[in-house]
Design a protein around this ligand. Structure first.
Ligand SMILES: [Mn+2]
Length: 242
């Protein structure tokens, strides 16, 4: 079979001209190096184009970016909530539901794990430093490829543990929000030492639905566990029955 097509969502400019849809190249490299063909999925496609494009995709990667509109999870906006792009929320929450309905493998990164959670009715901590202050700087100032905190992974029958190949990883951290209440059908499977949720999945082997709060696309150059995540989504996409 030919290489699977992996949809990769894009960021959007907020209050800037000209309007742009864009994505960090690290995601595209990581998908390609794992054997997939990345296909950018910007908002503002017509419903027809979006549906036609979706028919051809074998897998979906939800990428990092700005914050989700808090009204999406029934909360007022926190002063620190920033870079809200409602069109992007709309697209990504819609794509999440499509992926779940069509059993398309889904890998959610950083903002993506939050989108997955909110799409299934979960809520978010809107600002970790003010709502869950602790010793760990989840918005690191170190370079993006540098790991700055540990993550512990649940060992018992988790996809994340299987894919990573270990139950303790060192990760980078570029988020100021986190999962608060878990969405329906999701299971938390990884945590930072301060208890912040760093990994979620849908239990069972049937569907590949996996999210991490860190940025493995920035770690693939030196971290086998990060490469394993991209290999896993691409292979799941390749095997998907059509
Ligand atoms: Mn973190």
């Amino acid at each position: 079979m030919s290489a699977p097509l992996i949809g990769v969502t894009t960021s959007l400019t907020v209050d800037k001209s000209p309007e742009r849809a864009y994505v960090n190249i690290a995601y595209l490299r990581a998908v390609q190096d794992a054997g997939g063909i990345p296909v950018l999925l910007p908002p503002h496609l017509t419903a027809e184009v979006q549906a036609a494009l979706w028919q051809r995709l074998d897998g979906l990667v939800l990428t990092g970016g700005g914050d989700i509109e808090p009204a999406r999870f029934g909360e007022a906006r926190h002063p620190k909530t920033e870079e809200v792009a409602p069109a992007r929320d709309e697209l990504e929450i819609g794509l999440t539901h499509r992926a779940l309905a069509d059993n398309v493998p889904l890998f959610a990164i950083c903002r993506g794990i939050q989108v997955l959670n909110v799409a299934l009715g979960g809520t978010l901590v809107q600002d970790i430093p003010s709502e869950r202050p602790g010793p760990i700087a989840h918005a690191q100032t170190e370079p993006r490829h540098q790991a700055t905190h540990a993550v512990k992974v649940m060992g018992e029958g988790t996809r994340l543990g299987r894919v990573l190949g270990r139950l303790e990883v060192e990760v980078n951290s570029m988020h100021h929000q986190a999962i608060k209440r878990l969405g329906e059908g999701l299971r938390e499977v990884a945590w930072a030492p301060d208890g912040i949720i760093e990994g979620i999945e849908m239990p069972g082997d049937a569907r590949f639905v996996l999210g991490v709060q860190w940025h493995p696309e920035e770690l693939v150059g030196h971290d086998q566990a990060a490469r394993n995540l991209f290999t896993a989504i691409v292979e799941a996409a390749r095997r998907r029955p059509r």
